[in-house]
Write a protein that binds this ligand. Structure first.
Ligand SMILES: CC(C)(COP(=O)(O)OP(=O)(O)OC[C@H]1O[C@@H](n2cnc3c(N)ncnc32)[C@H](O)[C@@H]1OP(=O)(O)O)[C@@H](O)C(=O)NCCC(=O)NCCS
Length: 263
């Protein structure tokens, strides 16, 4: 598919960005309104659109950020309309963002991502090579949009080194890795979480359903159990000095790889 990635700068562009926010996240509420897009565009924000046949089908928004004295770029929003996904547009938006942020003299882009969204994390860890050692409980409070409503908005905060190379291949799991959370199927055929071992040093694995949306639609309580299971797994692991180093696909499942940096 032919597409163009370009920096957004006019009022029409920003209005279109707002429209896409509604369409992609299925919400009546606007996350970042035109006036804020305009103000931040004048002060170092990165605002990109992906266009197919002159129609905007993907958006990105990020801004310069200061965290504990460290100046970096924080990416708040990346989305592509469903019919245009898996054509390389999301990756092209991130690569353009990386180019602009490098030219601003910054080294790192951060963003938050839902750990239940395996597809997004295959993209983040597998294609971009992010790392993560921060878990934020209910990061945005209750969210009303179609993708997020009904569960606490827990997020992983990932970091992307914009000077590093992209991963060449998906990360391999060590044969000595310890599975700490596994998927077990109940009589209703739905995948439930089961903690099967404690953190044991070396590589540890957390397995979860590949498609969390189906679980959420079938059983809201089960979706909440997964949210709380991952919350405990990741907060415990990060407190113990582990970092999240990869997300890979296994038949019907996603699998997070935790390891201690330097081990
Ligand atoms: C995340 C998102 C922006 C990805 O955009 P996209 O244009 O589909 O991504 P790309 O086509 O550039 O994907 C590049 C590679 O990332 C991986 N990838 C992307 N989405 C994936 C998914 N859902 N499942 C598995 N791998 C995925 C693939 O390796 C893909 O390459 P391939 O298609 O050749 O295998 C898009 O799915 C989206 O808009 N999601 C809804 C909004 C959202 O949740 N945004 C938060 C993003 S962190």
């Amino acid at each position: 598919m032919d597409y163009e990635i370009r920096t957004l700068s006019s009022l029409e562009d920003f209005t279109e960005h707002e429209r896409l926010q509604r369409e992609i996240w299925g919400s009546d509420q606007i996350d970042v309104p035109v006036n804020l897009l305009m103000a931040s565009a004048r002060h170092g924000a990165v605002l990109l659109g992906a266009l197919v046949d002159h129609r905007m089908v993907g958006i990105l928004y990020g801004f310069p950020a200061l965290t504990n004295g460290h100046l970096h770029h924080h990416s708040h929003m990346l989305g592509v309309l469903p019919p245009y996904r898996r054509f390389g547009i999301g990756l092209a938006l991130k690569l353009r963002q990386r180019e602009i942020v490098r030219a601003q003299g910054l080294d790192e882009i951060t963003w938050t991502v839902d750990p239940l969204e395996v597809g997004n994390n295959l993209f983040n860890f597998g294609r971009l090579g992010v790392v993560c050692d921060t878990y934020i409980v209910n990061a945005y409070g209750e969210m009303a949009d179609a993708l997020n409503r009904g569960l606490p908005s827990d997020r992983l905060e990932v970091r992307w080194n914009v000077r590093a190379e992209l991963p060449r291949a998906s990360r391999k799991i060590s044969p000595h890795a310890t599975q700490i959370t596994a998927v077990t199927y109940g009589e209703d055929g739905l995948p439930g979480p089961q903690r099967v071992a404690e953190l044991a040093g070396g590589e540890c694995l957390v397995t979860l359903p590949r498609d969390h949306r189906t679980v959420r639609q079938a059983d809201a309580d089960l979706a909440l159990r997964w949210r709380l299971r991952l919350r405990q797994d990741f907060t415990e692991a990060f407190e113990a000095g582990y970092a999240l180093a990869g997300c890979v696909e296994q038949v019907g499942h996603g699998c997070y790889i935790l390891s201690k940096p330097g081990e």
